[in-house]
Design a protein around this ligand. Structure first.
Ligand code: URA
Length: 441
């Protein structure tokens, strides 16, 4: 087989066979196919797309290009959850202990990621002593004993994706739906869970800006997951404004803790209940979503979800007292209100700009090497549809640097549109994609 022939086939609109895709992925990972040939292939795929069979073959080849986790030593159905990412997205922090408190085994691998704030791992590391760099034995033991563990992605998980993603990043070939779907799902499949619930965000603060693209990505990912024998569900949720009120690592951890105490923002709580319901049903712990939601609300009310977070933090070396006294987290030195320049209703928030404010304050990573300041960020006081008086605070900025605080304030004000017309709020959950046969259970 020659890479040249495969490039020409794809360039001319042909479909690659499973053997051809495997050859291409394995040889590229082994360094036997140069970047320039793989770049040409990615561009040919970008323009001509891939069939469902090609996408599944690419995903499986990448998933099997390195270590795959065997979770069969953990009793019961293991469920994973993945978000395509957005502003104020602290969902895993509250959702995973809620679900584990209902008796579902949560075995999750997470990344740090580049972005407006850190990833789940960075947020968890806000708990002094907490580590996600644990051995696989400890990961399995924690899932078996307390029902939950989150570890950092090992470097040998789907190495083909790692290499290809880096190449796509510099060749303008990231935003192709089959390539994104296979990239995300290769890591999920290699992580070994039996069921996967995907939170696909849509809107200005999301990777996918339009509902049409978000639905297409969700459909592609569920097709891959279900095709690979993992029960896969996708929830498409709004990211046209930040989720909840907190944006920034420690601030988001505090908001997740409040949510586990039943004092969280309405939208964030709704999303956790929705995703959690599907996780419980997929794991066979509840008959249907309604029963599952009742179980989730119960573990919030009786304190078991909060206790589960404390157990989880302790099991991974963190100080669980912060779960019960979140005021112990050290927040940023400068705290400044942003007054509304006029009275009216919040018409629009350019969501990704709020993420950039957090990045300016030092809460996110611009490059893989950047260190992040866990203590900075913003707490929004007004969201779309809210009424505001002139001078009333739109948000509190948490900063450690006056200059950055000024810069973020300017950017923040430009992201808010206030008019005299009341705006109806959009539904948070836009669509759910279920595996076939789900409703005939
Ligand atoms: N995230 C991934 O892991 N892969 C992509 O291709 C895009 C986003």
């Amino acid at each position: 087989m020659r890479m040249y022939d495969l490039i020409m086939k794809k360039r001319n609109g042909g479909a690659l066979s499973q053997e051809e895709i495997r050859y291409m992925v394995n040889s590229y990972t082994a360094g036997e196919i140069p970047d320039y040939q793989m770049s040409a292939m990615m561009m040919a795929i970008y323009f001509n797309g891939m069939t469902e069979e090609e996408t599944l073959s690419l995903t499986m080849a990448m998933a099997e290009s390195g270590d795959t986790l065997d979770l069969s030593g953990i009793a019961g159905v293991k469920v994973d959850k993945h978000s395509t990412g957005g502003v104020g997205d602290k969902t895993s922090l509250a959702l995973t202990p809620m679900v584990a408190a209902c008796g579902v085994k949560v075995a999750k691998m997470s990344g740090r990621g580049l972005g407006h704030t850190g990833g789940t791992i960075d947020k968890l590391e806000s708990f002094p002593g907490f580590s996600t760099e644990i051995e696989i034995d400890a990961f399995e033991r924690n899932v078996n004993e307390i029902g939950i563990s989150i570890m950092g992605q090992t470097k040998d998980l789907a190495p083909a994706d790692k290499k290809l993603y880096a190449l796509r990043d510099v060749t303008a070939t990231v935003d192709q739906i089959s390539l994104i779907a296979s990239s995300i799902m290769s890591k999920k499949l290699a992580s070994g869970a039996d069921a996967i619930v995907l939170d696909v965000k849509t809107g200005s603060g999301a990777f996918m800006k339009t509902l049409t693209d978000s639905v297409a990505l969700a459909e592609e990912m569920t097709r891959i997951g279900n095709g690979a024998g993992r029960k896969t569900i996708a929830v498409i949720s709004d990211m046209d404004q930040p989720l909840g009120f907190a944006v920034g690592n420690i601030l988001e951890v505090q908001e997740a803790i409040a949510t586990l105490r039943g004092e969280g923002p309405q939208d964030f709580t709704q999303l956790c209940l929705c995703l959690g319901s599907y996780m419980l049903v997929a794991a066979g712990k509840a008959e249907d979503e309604k029963q599952a939601e009742k179980m989730l609300k119960e573990v919030i009310e009786n304190g078991k979800a909060l206790e589960k977070l404390a157990e989880f933090v302790k099991a991974q070396g963190g100080d669980p007292s912060y779960v019960y006294q979140p005021q112990k987290f050290e927040t940023a030195r400068v705290q400044r209100e942003i007054p509304a320049p006029q009275a009216g209703y919040i018409q629009k928030i350019v969501c990704d700009e709020i993420g950039i404010c957090s990045l300016i304050l030092g809460g996110g990573r611009e490059t893989k090497e950047s260190t992040i300041d866990l203590s900075v960020g913003l707490i929004l006081h007004k969201k779309v549809g809210d009424k505001v008086e002139k001078g009333e605070s739109l948000a509190t900025i948490y900063a450690n640097d006056e200059g950055k605080c000024e810069q973020a304030t300017e950017r923040f004000l430009a992201a808010y549109t206030i008019t005299n017309v009341k705006k109806e709020t959009e539904p948070l959950i836009k669509k759910v994609i279920l595996p076939s046969g789900w409703n005939e259970r």
